[in-house]
Design a protein around this ligand. Structure first.
Ligand code: S3P
Length: 452
């Protein structure tokens, strides 16, 4: 890699914070827009010819990185004073070559999906990111995109910074996902949009299906079938996407922190409005209910083609369970906060099949095991999961004067440990809350509001 492309950006200002018992969570809150859907809304609108409007877009750093990249590709992306975003797309096949390196910050979704986009256009782009993102594996997208004809020069170990030269024309492939990853699936489908012929992805284990749902809405020709228990998604290339207005439902992965907080803080009775409940995302709700949580779905409806409901969450004594690894893809981002729920349950919770957690924004098995141990929970770490011995509802008793929990540039570790602080006798001190802004900028305010 040329030196100039190798700069890795780190967060310079760490903001530590101590989270402590604040009383029950009550009232009604709205969580911000779904991160996965927000990224895709900007990308697909940026590929459509004409004007799309996006209501409820998540304005977190990750999604803003996608917006900035789409501008560099030639889409016009603006935010109105009313919070509605307007996108004039550049058109499939007409992306401009970015003038500067694409700074993806902390965002794996932006990186992997946009690599797919570039792979079938006659342009070259350089991708850079922060220290967390620069340690994450990109080989999983480099492999299929190379098969399609893209030429990719990555840093040693297959990581960012990397430079990608798209193929024109790219070659359609049939690709069986070696890891259950919606990002890899989406990268291949996005590359397929500007590839002659039909590009297919075979999914042995279903992952979030927002790409399929939304691409169909934007007018792509796409077939989803099943063979031998595996999902097969076929996208017809050289697509013309039509503009569409998108309303983004609330993010179940953000709601998760409040679902767990209200479940474990005695006296809580909290309603979380407008939570996306796509079955490929709703695993945490099922698991919490199986642990004995008191959560009711109210006013089930559809928003932007996705099932949505309000969730009323009341405190309940949870019981530890063995979690079936088959449910993992539908709650993959929710394990850190599920571990907090398990720490307060009666009995033992065992998780397995979670190797993917080791390559998220941090190694979420090691980071959460260390953080929860410091906070006073009984945790054993295994290669593919954690075993957690709950307190049976007694507050966590960690080190007096709370040693600081290391979040390792991982927003979900910071928010999970904030929730642990609410049930801790000595409070939980988190070394850096700044990463929360990547996905949930209103988190601290909502926590204060709900626990006031
Ligand atoms: C995402 C897919 C998941 C998830 C990430 C968002 C997406 O990643 O963890 O937060 O929007 O496609 P993987 O594809 O690595 O499982």
């Amino acid at each position: 890699m040329p030196e100039a492309q190798g700069a890795v950006k780190d967060r310079r200002h760490m903001t530590s914070h101590t989270f402590a018992h604040q009383g029950p969570l009550t009232g009604t809150i709205n969580v911000p827009g779904d991160k996965s859907i927000s990224h895709r809304a900007l990308m697909f609108a940026g590929l459509a010819v004409g004007q799309s409007q996006i209501t409820g877009l998540l304005e977190g750093e990750d999604v803003l990185a996608t917006a900035a990249a789409m501008r560099q590709f030639g889409a016009e992306v603006t935010r109105g004073a009313d919070g509605i975003w307007t996108v004039h797309g550049a058109g499939v096949g007409s992306l401009l070559e970015p003038k500067q390196a694409l700074d993806m910050g902390n965002s794996g979704t932006s990186t992997r999906l946009l690599m797919g986009l570039v792979a079938s256009h006659a342009i070259t782009a350089t991708f850079i990111g922060d220290a967390s993102l620069s340690g994450r594996p990109m080989k999983r997208v480099i492999d299929p995109l190379s098969l399609m004809g893209a030429s990719i020069h990555a840093s040693a170990g297959g990581t960012l910074p990397l430079m990608l030269r798209g193929a024109a024309p790219a070659v359609p492939i049939t690709y069986r996902l070696p890891v259950a990853s919606a990002q890899v699936k989406s990268a291949v489908l996005l590359a397929g949009l500007n590839t002659p012929g039909i590009t297919r992805v075979i999914e042995p284990v279903p992952t979030r299906d927002h790409t399929e749902r939304m691409l169909a809405g934007f007018g792509a020709t796409l077939e989803v079938g099943e063979e031998n228990g595996e999902r097969i998604i076929a996208i017809h290339g050289e697509a013309d996407l039509k503009p569409m207005d998108v309303t983004v439902p609330g993010d179940p992965s953000s709601a998760a922190f409040f679902m767990v907080a209200a479940s474990i803080v005695p006296g809580s009775d909290l309603t979380i409005r407008n939570v996306g409940l796509n079955p490929t995302r709703a695993g945490l709700l099922q698991v919490l209910l199986a642990m004995g949580a008191d959560i009711t779905e109210l006013e089930a409806r559809e928003v932007g083609g996705e099932p949505v409901a309000d969730l009323r969450v009341r405190h309940a004594q949870l019981s530890g369970i063995d979690i079936d690894p088959a449910i993992a893809p539908s709650m993959i981002d929710e394990f850190p906060v599920l571990f907090v729920a398990a720490a307060m349950a009666s009995g033992t919770t065992r998780t397995t099949g979670l190797e993917e957690l080791r390559v998220k924004e941090s190694d979420r098995l090691t980071t959460m095991a260390a953080a929860l141990t410091l906070a006073g929970a009984g945790v054993e770490e295994h290669e593919d999961g954690l075993t957690i011995h709950g307190t049976g509802g007694e507050p966590l008793v960690g080190t007096p004067q709370g040693a600081s929990v290391a979040t390792r540039l991982d927003h979900r570790i910071a928010m999970s440990m904030a929730v642990a602080g609410l049930v801790s006798r000595n409070g939980v001190s988190v070394d850096d809350t700044a990463p929360i802004n990547t996905s949930f900028p209103t988190f601290m305010g909502l926590l204060d509001e709900a626990a006031a």
